[in-house]
Write a protein that binds this ligand. Structure first.
Ligand code: ATP
Length: 503
C-alpha cells in the first residue's frame, strides 16, 4: 500500500498531473499545482459533479461567490471562535500533531489488533467461524474494542468541553498502555485557529482584517435570500457552488489529501423545519450513488456516522473512501439545522426567512449540506485507477484506468509512420473530432511505445492511421483497458468515442 502511494505521487508528477507548488524554490508545504493533464482531470470531475447536482436537478441552482467575505461572516458562522484544531508537540521528536488525529490513530491501532485476533480465529475455525459471536465472547477482542470505544468517547467529551489537559492525559495513558510506542515527552495541548488572515485596504490604520474563506458554504448562506427571490425558488431547493477554500492545517501531509489551499464542491439544501432528517437520508444515499456511478468499486466506500457533532449540526455522516493509506473522509453530509441562517440574521440584523405559500407562514429554513473535496476526489479517482498489469508476454504495462468520462484526453490519433501522407490524414481526423472531444496527436516513437504512453495518461482510445486508411477510409481503434483493436470507418469514430465517454 505504501508503494502504491509512492507510485501515485511519482506518476502524477512524471505524467504532468500534479507538481509541487513553486518547485524551483523547493516547493511550499502542502500546496500543489495541477499540471496540463491534472487540470483537465480536475475540471472533468468538477463538471461531472456540477452536471449531476445542478443540471440534473430542477430545484438546485449554482452560484460562484467571492473568496473574500465581510469579516462578520466568520464571527456569525462560529469560525472565529470555534474553527480550531487541538495542537500538541512532541518535545523529543520535535514533531507536531493534531491531538484528535493522534488519539484516533491510536484507537485505529487497537482496532487493528482486534482484527488480527479475529483473522487468526477465522483461519483456526474455518467454516464454523462466527464473527459476531467471537467479537462478543472472546475476552481479548472484547477488551480491545471496549478500550477503543472508551477512548473515543472520552476524547469527544474532553474536546467538546475544551478540557485540553484531559486530552493530553489520554494521549499519555495510551502510550503507557502501548509498550511499542512508550511514553513520550509532550507539550500541553492548545487550540489553533485554522483560518488564514489577510488585510483589505492600503493604510495600516484603516485596513480591515479579512479571512480567506475556510469553506465555500458561507457564500451560499449570505446569498440565500438573493437567490431565493431572484430565482423564485420554492422550498425544498438547493444552492451549489465549487471553489477554493483555505485552511492553515497543522499537519498537512498525504499529498493532495490535506492541503492548505484546496477546492470544495458544496451544496446547501434548504428544507422545512422538521423535514431535515428525511432529506439528510436522501442526500446520503444520492451522494453515495454518485460516487458509485464512477465504477471504482462498492467495497471502497463506507459511511461513517458521527457521534461527535460540530456546533451547527444535528446529524452528520462522512462518505469514506479506501485511499492508498486506508479509509478516510472524502465527503461530508451534514444536517446543519437553521444555525447558519439564524446566526447571520442576528449578526446582520437582516431577516433571512422564507415565506412558505403552502403553509402560509414565515420561517427560517433548515439546511442539509453535501460537501466534497475536489482534490480528494482527484486523489480517490487517480489512485484507484493506477494499475500495473503483467501481460501475456511477461512485460508489465502501467495503465491509468480512469473512468472514461473523466479522462483528460479522450483519444490520441497516431499516424503509423511520419510519411506517405499519413500525418495529414491523422491531422484531418483531429480537426474533425476536436469540436467534441479533447484529442491528442502523437507521431514520435514506435506505435507500441505511443500506446503505452497514452495508457499511462488514461486516454481511453488510440486511433491509428496506416496505409490501408488511404485506400478504404478505415482506421484501427485500440481500447485502453482491453487493448483490443478494431478496424472501423473514420466516419464512425465520433459515435464510438461518444458512447464510451458520455455520462
Ligand atoms: P478533515 O476531518 O479531513 O479535516 P473536515 O471534516 O474538516 O475534514 P469539512 O469541513 O467537512 O472537512 O470539509 C468538507 C470536505 O472538504 C471534506 O470532506 C474534504 O473532502 C474537503 N477538505 C477539507 N479540508 C481539506 C484539506 N485541507 N485539503 C483538501 N480537502 C479538504
Amino acid at each position: 500500500q505504501e508503494d502504491l502511494f509512492k507510485n501515485v505521487v511519482s506518476h502524477a508528477k512524471e505524467y504532468g498531473f500534479i507538481f509541487p507548488s513553486s518547485e524551483i524554490y523547493d516547493g511550499l508545504s502542502a500546496v500543489y499545482d495541477y499540471a496540463q493533464n491534472g487540470a483537465e482531470l480536475k475540471k472533468n470531475i468538477r463538471e461531472y459533479w456540477w452536471k449531476s447536482m445542478v443540471q440534473m436537478h430542477e430545484n438546485i441552482v449554482g452560484i460562484d461567490s467571492a473568496i473574500f467575505m465581510h469579516p462578520t461572516t466568520w464571527k456569525a458562522s462560529g469560525h472565529v471562535d470555534a474553527f480550531n484544531d487541538p495542537l500538541i508537540d512532541n518535545k523529543d521528536s520535535k514533531k507536531r500533531y493534531r491531538a484528535d488525529v493522534l488519539i484516533e490513530d491510536y484507537a485505529e491501532k487497537i482496532n487493528q489488533k482486534a482484527q488480527k485476533e479475529i483473522e487468526k480465529a477465522r483461519t483456526r475455525f474455518g467454516e464454523a467461524f462466527n464473527e459476531q459471536e467471537f467479537i462478543t465472547t472472546n475476552t481479548r477482542v472484547v477488551e480491545y474494542l471496549a478500550k477503543k470505544k472508551e477512548i473515543l468517547e472520552r476524547m469527544a467529551r474532553s474536546l467538546e468541553t475544551e478540557n485540553l489537559a484531559d486530552v493530553k492525559a489520554l494521549i499519555e495513558e495510551l502510550e503507557i498502555a502501548d509498550p511499542e510506542t512508550g511514553s513520550k515527552n509532550w507539550t500541553d495541548v492548545r487550540q489553533f485557529n485554522l483560518m488564514f488572515g489577510t488585510k483589505l485596504g492600503a493604510e495600516a490604520a484603516t485596513a480591515m482584517d479579512l479571512y480567506l474563506r475556510p469553506e465555500t458554504a458561507q457564500g451560499i448562506f449570505v446569498n440565500f435570500l438573493n437567490v431565493q427571490k431572484t430565482g423564485r425558488m420554492k422550498i425544498p431547493f438547493g444552492i451549489a457552488q465549487t471553489g477554493k477554500a483555505f485552511r492553515n492545517e497543522i499537519v498537512a501531509r498525504q499529498f493532495i489529501f490535506r492541503m492548505r489551499e484546496f477546492e470544495q464542491m458544496e451544496m446547501q439544501f434548504f428544507v422545512r423545519p422538521g423535514e431535515e432528517m428525511q432529506y439528510y437520508e436522501y442526500w446520503k444515499e444520492t451522494r453515495l450513488k454518485w460516487h458509485l456511478s464512477l465504477g471504482l468499486g462498492r467495497e471502497n466506500y463506507r459511511f461513517h456516522d458521527h457521534e461527535k457533532l460540530a456546533h451547527y449540526a444535528n446529524a452528520a455522516s462522512d462518505i469514506e473512501f479506501n485511499f492508498p493509506f486506508g479509509f478516510k473522509e472524502l465527503e461530508g453530509i451534514h444536517s446543519r439545522t437553521d444555525f447558519d441562517l439564524k446566526a447571520h440574521e442576528q449578526h446582520s440584523g437582516k431577516k433571512l426567512q422564507y415565506f412558505d405559500t403552502e403553509e402560509n407562514r414565515n420561517y427560517t429554513p433548515y439546511v442539509v449540506e453535501t460537501s466534497v473535496g475536489l482534490d480528494r476526489m482527484f486523489l480517490a479517482v487517480f489512485s484507484n485507477s493506477l494499475k500495473e498489469e503483467t501481460l501475456e508476454d511477461g512485460s508489465v504495462r502501467t495503465v491509468l484506468k480512469l473512468p472514461s468520462v473523466l479522462a483528460p484526453t479522450k483519444a490520441a490519433v497516431l499516424p503509423l509512420v511520419k510519411k506517405d501522407g499519413l500525418p495529414d490524414v491523422a491531422r484531418a481526423i483531429i480537426e474533425d473530432l476536436k469540436w467534441d472531444f479533447n484529442v491528442a496527436y502523437d507521431e514520435k516513437d514506435a506505435v507500441g511505445r505511443r500506446y503505452r504512453r497514452q495508457d499511462a495518461l488514461g486516454t481511453p482510445f488510440c486511433i491509428t492511421v496506416d496505409h490501408q486508411t488511404l485506400e478504404d477510409q478505415t482506421v484501427t481503434i485500440r481500447h485502453r483497458d482491453t487493448m483490443a483493436q478494431d478496424r472501423v470507418k473514420i466516419s464512425d469514430l465520433r459515435g464510438i468515442i461518444n458512447e464510451e465517454v458520455s455520462i
